[in-house]
Design a protein. Structure first.
Length: 440
């Protein structure tokens, strides 16, 4: 078999992982959930969840990937026993499931770049969303998004994913900073910052049961956990990096981009509506598209330029995430069955395009796919992964965390303790609440 690829540089790995993490979850969903789940209170709980649960969990995936040095399914066999490949397979399937509709939203975003340039949605943003979000047009743009994703993955790790994300991630950050500075100059941004940045701890206490599971699931989705993506990316990693240093940087950058996106979106909404739009009234998945589009429409010609830049950033972020999910299955098939990388990437891209046509045909399907992913598949997959790395693989995992670090074992021991206890409990509760929420 041909020699397995590796990242060209350490920063290449970090940027690819940040590219996977930073996506629609940060720029589209995070500000949206923030506006419906209590503003700064949600932001606060999310930050705690990302740091206390997301960081240990992402380190667990890095351990599995780098230690096994093979794709996200067989890694569990190589580290322990063939039976544990079920965990990897569930992650892989969860990723494919999510990518099928993620690409549909990627298609909407692409459509909105064009719509901003021509001002097509300016007259009637809500009606425009209704027209482009479902049906043949949505299917066509979904196909285009998936084709570009497969095209990048076809080029491989160093020449495809690493090169692309090295360009994409810095441009996402630069453009978002620019947009946030612009938003700062808007009249009325002050009320937005108040809503966004000053948490009401009483509200948190009263709504713990809904805020916590939402925030924890959001942290998983946002960090691309439970989809095999971080296992796969870490499998192309050399032994001399400190997983803790890289993982912390990735979590911090991902969180920072989410916060930045909120600094753009929330002021835009406040300036337009004086508040954030009611989720129910706005209509689920489309609420943010409609209200952000309305905000650009009110700015006339300047709104066109801003719209192109804003939706451009969202598109780049969505693409750099989508390639990580297509890479999970591609690396599995290439490692295991020896098919060519381009054929695998385009083959699975085509199959997922077909599955995603359901979501592109009717947003009710998209909502169903998303709620099953959020409420069940993701937390279940993360839970099994945490059990594996904490209780099944335990002591050897500590050894892997210690590599490349100068400080002794105290951090690694604390990490093992955390995944064995409260991280496990937190994921379990999130899964339980997600399942009961869906099937109630
Ligand atoms: N971390 C991604 C995000 O926040 O948007 C989640 C993700 C979803 C990654 C779908 C990749 C993907 F195809
Ligand atoms: Na993210």
């Amino acid at each position: 078999m041909a020699e397995r690829e590796t990242w060209g540089t350490r920063i290449g790995f970090i940027l690819a992982a940040v590219g996977s993490a930073v996506g629609l979850g940060n720029i589209w969903q995070f500000p949206f959930k923030t506006s419906t789940e209590g503003g700064a209170a949600f932001v606060f709980v999310y930050l705690v969840a990302a740091l206390l649960i997301g960081l240990p969990a992402i380190l667990g995936e890095f351990v599995v990937g780098r230690r096994a040095n093979i794709n996200a399914v067989e890694a569990f066999d190589r580290l322990k026993h063939p039976a544990w490949t079920v965990v990897g397979a569930l992650g892989l399937l969860t990723g494919l499931w999510i990518l099928s509709y993620y690409s549909v939203v990627g298609g909407w975003v692409t459509r909105y770049i064009v719509g901003s340039a021509t001002g097509a949605y300016f007259a009637a943003p809500a009606e425009y969303f209704g027209r482009v979000s479902m049906g043949w047009e949505a299917i066509a743009f979904h196909g285009g998004f998936m084709a570009v994703t497969a095209g990048i993955v076809a080029f491989g790790i160093e020449d495809g994913i690493e090169k692309a994300t090295k360009l994409m991630v810095p441009s996402i950050i630069v453009m978002l900073v620019g947009l946030a500075v612009y938003a700062f100059t808007l009249d009325g941004a002050g009320a937005a910052y108040e809503f966004y940045l000053s948490p009401d701890f009483g509200f948190i206490a009263d709504n713990l049961g809904t805020i916590v599971p939402y925030a924890v699931s959001q942290a998983f989705f946002s960090l691309s956990l439970g989809m095999g993506a971080m296992i796969t990316y870490a499998s192309y990693l050399g032994d001399d990096d400190s997983l803790f240093a890289d993982g912390s940087l990735i979590v911090v950058l991902n969180t920072a981009v989410g916060l930045l996106a909120g600094l753009v979106v929330i002021p835009l909404l406040f300036v337009q509506f004086g508040t954030v739009p009611d989720a129910a009234a706005g209509g689920g998945a489309g609420a943010l598209f409609v209200s952000v589009a309305q905000a650009f429409a009110d700015l006339g010609m300047a709104g066109r330029a801003l719209g192109v830049v804003f939706f451009g950033v969202v598109l780049v972020a969505a693409l750099s995430s989508a390639i990580s999910l297509l890479e999970v299955v591609t690396s599995y098939v290439v490692d295991n069955y020896g098919y060519s990388r381009p054929a695998t990437a385009f083959g699975f891209g085509g199959a997922l395009f077909a599955l995603g046509t359901l979501s592109a045909w009717n947003t009710a399907w998209l909502g169903w796919f998303d709620s099953l992913a959020y409420g069940v598949l993701l937390p279940l997959s993360v839970l099994l992964g945490v059990i594996f790395v904490g209780w099944v693989y335990g002591p050897e995992a500590v050894d892997e965390i210690q590599k490349g670090t100068s400080n002794g074992g105290s951090f690694a021991t604390a990490w093992l303790w955390s995944v064995r206890t409260y991280v496990l409990a937190g994921v379990f509760v999130t899964l339980y609440l997600g399942v009961t929420d869906i099937y109630s």
